[in-house]
Design a protein around this ligand. Structure first.
Ligand code: KIV
Ligand code: ZN
Length: 517
């Protein structure tokens, strides 16, 4: 174990994905995994392989391409789950089995209906099974922070004896406070005789808004050297510990933490954008590090100070975390090569020349409508990009709306449905409502619209609008994202993209709705 190194374990693709509505396709998970690798996280928890065939395939695909981060998979403490995890991960250059079982009296009795002795035995055997095939095994006592200290010491000592290399003690329900969580680790590490044989890890949920503070207290007071976190703090309920806040706190206050991470901070904002774009979870403007206002100085006194000497009001530099300061990067006259080069710089990988040609055509279209093209615009060209998993059952061909003060807005739409062209018209309370109703006249999806949000991609009234549509049907929740300088067109694209995901049976269930954790 390195004394001055803090390991960053990213669980955006597993715990983050458990957030209702954040379910991702294999292709989307792969895109995020590639960005996490560029960000240089130590461990990417890619999913929960036994939860569904879709997640198994996604974890396997990620294990196949990621070379510079360890790829982990979550498994319940039983041989079947662990074997699924091993089968999904064994092709990776570096991989980890993360196995867990609940240890609090409440969870053991009410959820698992197991005695503490049964849980103890299951944990021990699970770690033994995993260690026989994988040298890197993490064990988590779920609801660990609310577990009995004596029992926790007994079980953790046993799993370390079986070869667990990382011990992660989660605050599953976000109940901890910093001093107590820090002390908790200190007690565990002092009382468990073989505690020095494992790396200790914190995993916090943000129900009381203290996930980052709790994780940092575990580091400083409890000797923890791995923090589990997600991009933008994505996660169930109030979310998980924010990766960007942990990394920048440790980096900015190195004088205090005296720790290094391996993270490349310039990839923080690109990672944040991609996760937000794919999941449809918008980042609040005042969110630390990655919020749109995180580096904006509005008050005259602050602006004056920053102009005279930047560090009067700034403790971090925007460009260090990947804010590109809205630089104009391309325009109408930019050629295919410049476009290709910019995609490479932004870490956007296309699989074929055909994909590049399609993207370039979209870029030219956009450049006809908008004089200055920013990085954000280029990223949005891929927002409604359909992966090879999601079939384009519905395709938007044409649309028109009219609205006039005092009149009911009208929309007409032309879609192809399974290759057959269909047209429909509808009225609505506004042009977006009329457009969605016209689409539904064709699709008859019976889905419920649970979220509709619009964001400007850049500044100015010629900015593209980024629209997220979230649809729910029979316990299944999907997101569609669309972008265009015309927000009604962006809305229609987002709706059609969500319908395609809903229609596509290969879209996997959100692990939460399949009742696995
Ligand atoms: O919050 C939690 O307890 C978890 C474990 C499964 C690690 O996510
Ligand atoms: Zn969790």
């Amino acid at each position: 174990m390195s004394a001055d190194r803090l390991f960053i374990f990213d669980t955006t693709l597993r715990d983050g994905e458990q957030s209702p509505g954040a379910s991702m396709t294999k292709e989307e998970k792969l895109r995020i995994a590639r960005v996490l690798e560029k960000l240089r996280v130590d461990v990417i928890e890619a999913g929960f392989p036994a939860s569904s065939n879709g997640d198994f395939e996604a974890v396997k695909a990620i294990a196949g391409v990621i070379k510079d981060s360890t790829v982990a998979g979550l498994c319940r403490a039983n041989d079947r789950d662990i074997q699924r995890g091993i089968d999904a991960l064994k092709g990776a250059k570096s991989w980890r089995i993360h196995t867990f079982i609940a240890t609090s009296a409440l969870h053991m009795e009410k959820k698992l209906r197991l005695t503490p002795d049964q849980v103890f035995e299951q944990a021990r055997l699970a770690v033994r099974y995993a260690r026989n095939q994988c040298p890197d095994v993490e064990f988590s006592p779920e609801d660990g922070y609310r577990s009995d200290m004596d029992f926790l010491c007994r079980i953790l000592e046993a799993v370390i004896n079986e070869g667990a290399t990382t011990i992660n003690v989660p605050d599953t329900v976000g109940y901890a406070v910093p001093e107590l969580y820090g002390e908790f680790f200190k007690t565990l590490r002092t009382r468990i005789p073989n505690s020095d044989k494992a790396i200790w890890s914190a995993h916090c949920h943000n129900d009381l808004g203290m996930a980052v503070a709790n994780s940092l207290a575990a580091v400083t007071m409890g000797g923890v050297r791995q923090v589990e976190c997600t991009i933008n703090g994505l996660g169930e309920r109030a979310g998980n510990t924010s990766l960007e806040e942990i990394v920048m706190a440790v980096r900015t206050r190195k004088d205090f933490f005296k720790l290094d991470t391996r993270i490349d901070p310039s990839q923080i904002v690109p990672a944040s954008r991609l996760v937000s774009q794919i999941t449809g979870f918008v980042v609040q403007p005042n969110k630390a590090v990655v919020g749109a206002n995180a580096f904006a100085h509005a008050s005259g006194i602050h602006q004056d100070g920053v102009l005279k000497a930047r560090d009067t009001y700034e403790i971090m530099r925007a460009e260090d975390v990947g804010w590109s300061a809205n630089k104009i990067v391309l325009g109408k006259l930019s050629g295919r090569n410049a476009f290709r080069q910019r995609l490479e710089q932004l870490g956007i990988e296309l699989d074929s020349e055909t994909q590049l040609n399609e993207a370039f055509a979209k870029f030219k279209d956009l450049a006809d409508k908008k004089a200055d093209i920013f990085d954000e615009d280029i990223q949005m060209l891929f927002a409604d990009h359909n992966d090879d998993q999601t079939k384009e059952h519905y395709k938007l061909i044409a649309m028109k709306q009219s609205s006039e003060m005092g009149e009911s807005p009208q929309a007409s739409i032309t879609l192809t449905e399974g290759g057959v062209e269909r047209k429909a018209q509808s009225q609505g309370s506004g042009p977006v409502d009329a457009t969605f109703k016209a689409i539904e006249t064709i699709a008859r999806s019976e889905a419920e619209l649970v979220l509709y949000s619009v964001n400007a991609v850049t500044q100015g009234t010629d900015s593209q609008g980024e629209v997220t549509v979230r649809l729910a049907r029979a316990g299944r929740i999907v997101n569609g994202v669309g972008a265009d300088t015309d927000v009604i067109v962006a809305s229609a694209r987002a709706y059609v993209s969500a319908l395609n995901k809903l229609f596509d049976k290969s879209e996997r269930l959100n692990p939460q709705t399949s009742g696995t954790v």
